[in-house]
Design a protein around this ligand. Structure first.
Ligand SMILES: Nc1ncnc2c1ncn2[C@@H]1O[C@H](COP(=O)(O)OP(=O)(O)O)[C@@H](O)[C@H]1O
Ligand SMILES: [Mg+2]
Length: 354
C-alpha cells in the first residue's frame, strides 16, 4: 500500500484507535445520526429486555469509519453485557470460533469484524451457533476423530463488513436485522465535531467554526475526528490554541483537502480516469494498476464517497467520470494555473508518497 491518507476512513494506527476510544459514544442516546437504524435497534433492544432474551443477530455493512464497531460496543453497553471482539481473518480454524463461543455468558455480544473474510470452514460452524446456540466440537483427529455437540449460552452475534456482497447468502439470512450505515449529513457531522471538540477541550472561536470541517469530512465520523486533531495541533502552533475559520482552512489546506473533502488519492483516482482513460468507462483493475493501489482498497475506501457525491458512475462497462467530476477537476486545475487537469497536484503533501 503506497498511500497514507489523512482522510482515509480506515484506522491509521493502534494509537489512533486509542485516541478514538475517548471519543466513542457509549450509549444509544449519544450515537449521532443513522436515525432509522437506531430506532429499529431501540425497539429490538427493548423487546429483548422484556423477553429476557438476547437481542437478534445484527449485520452491519458500509464503508469504514461510519460507526459499526462503535455501535457494537453501544449495544453491549445498553444490554448491560460484555462484548467479545474478534474478526473474520482472526478465526482461521473452527477451534478459534469454538473457544471464543465457550467464553460467552448469557446475552453477551459477539462482534465479528470483517465477517466477509471468515473462512468457509469456520462459517459452517457458526450456523448452528446462531440458530440453536449449539456448536459441534471435534475431539482428536485422524482415525479417532469424533465430534459432540456443545450447548452455548444464548448470545447476540454482530457482524460488520465493508463488503456486503461478499457475505454468503446462507450467513446473511441468519441475521435477524441487517442494515447499511449511510454517510453522515453535514449537520450530523457538525454535532459529532462539536462533541469531540468538547471532549478534546478545544478552544473554539465561535459555535459555527467547525461547519467547514463537517462539510469536508467525506460524511465520515472517523475522518472528522482525525481532522479535528490536525486542526487542534495547527491552532496550538499558530494561533495560541484558538480554533477559528482561518485555522480550520489552513490546517485542511496543509492536508491537501479540497472544498469537497477530497484528498490527493481521490483526486488522483479521478484524474487518472480523466486523463489516461479519457473519462472512462474503464475497469477498476486498470485504474488500480495505474495508481499502483489495491483494487479492493479503491472499491472500499475511495469509490463509495465519489459515487455518493455524484462524481463517479459505475456502468456495466466500467467506471466513468460524471460531468460534475470533470468540472471539479477543471476548477482545481485552473486555480493551480494550468489549463488541462494536472495528473499530480503541486501541493501534494509529504505523507502522500505515491
Ligand atoms: N454515530 C456516531 N456518533 C459519534 N461518533 C461516532 C459515530 N460513529 C462513529 N463515531 C466516531 O468515529 C470513530 C470510528 O467509528 P468506528 O465505529 O470505529 O467505525 P467502523 O467500525 O464503521 O469503521 C469512532 O471512534 C467514533 O469516535
Ligand atoms: Mg470497525
Amino acid at each position: 500500500m503506497a498511500v497514507q491518507r489523512t482522510v482515509s476512513a480506515q484506522s491509521l494506527s493502534p494509537t489512533e484507535e486509542q485516541a478514538n476510544w475517548s471519543l466513542r459514544p457509549q450509549l444509544l442516546d449519544e450515537y449521532i445520526g443513522q436515525s432509522r437504524l437506531i430506532e429499529r435497534l431501540r425497539i429490538a433492544l427493548q423487546a429483548a429486555q422484556i423477553r429476557k432474551e438476547p437481542m437478534e443477530h445484527l449485520l452491519l455493512f458500509g464503508p469504514p469509519g461510519l460507526g459499526k464497531t462503535t455501535l457494537a460496543h453501544v449495544i453491549a453497553h445498553e444490554l448491560g453485557t460484555r462484548l467479545h471482539t474478534t474478526s473474520g481473518p482472526a478465526l482461521t480454524k473452527p477451534g478459534d470460533l469454538v473457544s471464543t463461543l465457550t467464553r460467552i455468558e448469557p446475552r453477551d455480544v459477539l462482534f465479528i469484524d470483517e465477517i466477509h473474510r471468515m473462512p468457509a470452514a469456520v462459517e459452517e460452524y457458526i450456523y448452528p451457533a446462531m440458530e440453536d446456540f449449539k456448536v459441534d466440537v471435534m475431539v482428536d483427529s485422524g482415525m479417532h476423530a469424533r465430534s459432540f455437540t456443545m450447548n452455548l449460552k444464548p448470545f447476540t452475534l454482530i457482524g460488520a463488513t465493508t463488503r456486503a456482497g461478499l457475505v454468503s447468502g446462507p450467513l446473511r439470512s441468519r441475521f435477524g436485522i441487517s442494515s447499511q450505515l449511510d454517510f453522515y449529513s453535514d449537520a450530523d457531522l457538525h454535532v459529532i465535531a462539536k462533541r469531540s471538540a468538547r471532549l478534546l477541550t478545544l478552544n473554539l472561536d465561535n459555535d459555527n467554526v467547525l461547519h467547514g470541517l463537517a462539510h469536508r469530512s467525506r460524511g465520515t465520523p472517523r475522518i472528522i475526528n482525525r481532522l479535528l486533531r490536525r486542526v487542534r495541533d495547527y491552532a496550538l502552533v499558530h494561533n495560541n490554541g484558538v480554533v477559528d475559520t482561518a485555522v480550520v482552512d489552513a490546517a485542511l489546506k496543509l492536508e491537501s483537502i479540497d472544498d469537497l473533502g477530497l484528498d490527493n488519492l481521490d483526486r488522483m483516482y479521478l484524474k487518472i480516469i480523466a486523463t489516461v482513460y479519457d473519462g472512462g468507462p474503464v475497469g477498476l483493475e486498470a485504474v488500480a494498476a495505474t495508481l499502483n493501489e489495491d483494487a479492493g482498497t479503491l472499491e472500499d475506501v475511495v469509490e463509495p464517497y465519489l459515487l455518493k457525491m455524484g462524481l463517479l458512475a459505475r456502468t456495466r462497462r466500467g467506471r466513468q467520470l460524471t460531468a460534475q467530476a470533470q468540472e471539479h477537476l477543471q476548477l482545481r486545475s485552473t486555480r493551480l494555473g494550468t489549463s488541462k487537469p494536472a495528473l499530480f497536484d503541486q501541493d501534494q503533501s509529504e505523507n502522500d508518497e505515491v
